[in-house]
Design a binder for this molecule. Structure first.
Ligand SMILES: Cc1cc2nc3c(=O)[nH]c(=O)nc-3n(C[C@H](O)[C@H](O)[C@H](O)COP(=O)(O)OP(=O)(O)OC[C@H]3O[C@@H](n4cnc5c(N)ncnc54)[C@H](O)[C@@H]3O)c2cc1C
Length: 410
């Protein structure tokens, strides 16, 4: 017998004999990869449901600005239902071939599954690492924002994209704050072009950030971090890297903990489960590993979603060609770093362009997954651009009306 059972925001079909079943594709995670996967499935006219532990879409590339205090809290995330009709708010604990287990032990099956559960801050064996704050979700960003606002000094460990963007935002929003940025490598933003390292250092030091290169953190305490034998006092933020937790879900993983997929983004040894974004071990066509980035997550999510829809319809899946084309980083305060083709926009003056590119990419992504109405979820700085013409238009209307009233009076 089939009964209807309301679970979260959707209706799940439940049979007395078997587990719950969802028709179409079940996407785990509503981040960049998940939203684009769901959109690709929807465009293929196959039903899609997203299960996410928070029920919100985090704008992860905006989190450093929010946490640092350079952007408002509302920029951090939006409810997933703004983009997707069928949303289940729950945590997935295990993932099988076409099936998942939720936190309460219930199993749900679907015609196909796309896993896009992202990554989590790494936890290296540094004494006292538990004292450090991290930045990976909207919740982290809001919590960190409050802590930074009341701290006299901050020690950010990790000079990658997260640490550099956070230092830039915090220094821009709180010019009086002492900020230390500690990086073990000899340069900031390793893995990005050399010009990014010097550009980031110039912008950050221009805002008074103390950049320490080539130093490992020895110990973290409640008062700060011990670097080169001395205590750098302040609120400690660990921004030293992220790991995918694919093994926790019972999936086949690479040495880096990312789920192994074939060139159609199907999880190894499975027929109906695909994976995309930070959680998956993505490679370019030459077989080189691709970084954890929003750009790769969007491409892979779209490809995995399309292939999952094909699998549901019984069609052959297709190879998904992935690549990282350039980088765009926003360091707040209308400064940033970008690589477009062979051109680096990192020099003084040119560094004004990357924040605009960042906003343009954000708008494109919003438009793709939510159409015109999703543009209202643009960041506050873009919305303020929209409101300028509106405000001017309104002002012109008022002037015109005043003029007409005056003319009618005379
Ligand atoms: C501070 C910061 C700044 C960054 N800046 C940039 C940048 O400027 N440019 C760039 O290209 N990249 C940037 N990145 C990297 C980029 O944000 C990630 O690569 C991207 O978010 C990966 O997308 P995803 O969909 O795989 O994961 P996410 O966007 O993190 O989405 C994962 C989703 O899965 C959900 N989820 C997780 N576990 C479960 C579970 N068990 N059950 C149900 N739901 C679950 C989460 O709630 C989340 O919604 C930045 C990262 C950080 C942390």
């Amino acid at each position: 017998m089939l009964e209807q059972h309301v679970q979260g925001c959707i209706v799940v079909k439940r049979t007395n004999a078997g587990p719950n079943h969802i028709d179409g594709v079940l996407v785990i995670g509503g981040g960049y990869a998940g939203l684009h996967a769901a959109d690709a499935v929807r465009r293929s006219h196959v039903p899609v449901t997203v299960v996410d532990r928070t029920g919100r879409h985090d704008f992860v590339t905006r989190l450093a600005a929010v946490a640092g205090g350079a952007a408002p809290e509302e920029d951090a995330s939006r409810p997933l239902q703004a983009f997707i009709d069928n949303v289940v708010i729950d945590s997935v604990v295990t993932i099988g071939d076409g099936s998942i287990t939720l936190s309460d032990g219930r199993t749900i099956t679907a015609d196909a599954v796309v896993v896009t559960a992202g990554s989590a801050p790494s936890r290296p064996p540094i004494d006292g690492i538990g004292h450090a704050h991290t930045l990976r979700s909207a919740e982290d960003a809001v919590e960190l924002r409050e802590s930074i606002a009341s701290a006299p000094s901050v020690v950010i460990i990790g000079g990658g994209a997260t640490g550099v963007q956070l230092a830039g935002a915090a220094a821009e929003a709180h010019p009086e704050l002492t900020i230390h940025l500690v990086e073990a490598k000899p340069r900031l933003l390793e893995g990005m072009p050399e010009a990014f390292s010097s550009g980031a250092r110039r912008i950050l030091e221009g805002r008074g950030v103390h950049v320490h290169l080539g130093f490992d953190v020895e110990r973290i305490t409640t008062h700060g971090a011990v670097v080169d034998g001395s205590l750098l006092e302040g609120l400690v933020v660990w921004a030293g890297g992220f790991s995918a937790l694919a093994l926790e879900y019972g999936m086949p993983t690479s040495a880096g903990g990312r789920v192994l997929v074939d060139d159609a983004l199907r999880v190894l040894n499975s027929n109906r489960t695909f994976a995309a974004g930070d959680i998956a071990d993505h490679r370019n066509s030459a077989g080189d590993p691709l970084p954890m980035s929003a750009q790769v997550a969007v491409q892979a999510g779209t490809g995995a979603g399309r292939n999952a829809a094909r699998a549901v319809r019984g069609e052959p899946v297709e190879t998904v060609d992935l690549r990282q084309i350039g980088w765009v980083l926003d360091l707040s305060g209308r400064r940033g770093l970008a690589q477009v083709g062979t051109i680096n926009l990192t020099a003084p003056g040119a560094d004004l362009i990357p924040p605009l590119l960042h906003e343009a990419i954000d708008l494109k992504s919003l438009f793709e997954v939510g159409g015109v109405q999703a543009l209202c979820y643009a960041s506050a700085s873009v919305r303020s651009l929209f409101t300028w013409p509106l405000a001017l238009g309104h002002h012109a209307q008022l002037l015109l009306r005043e003029r007409l009233v005056e003319q009618a009076r005379t």
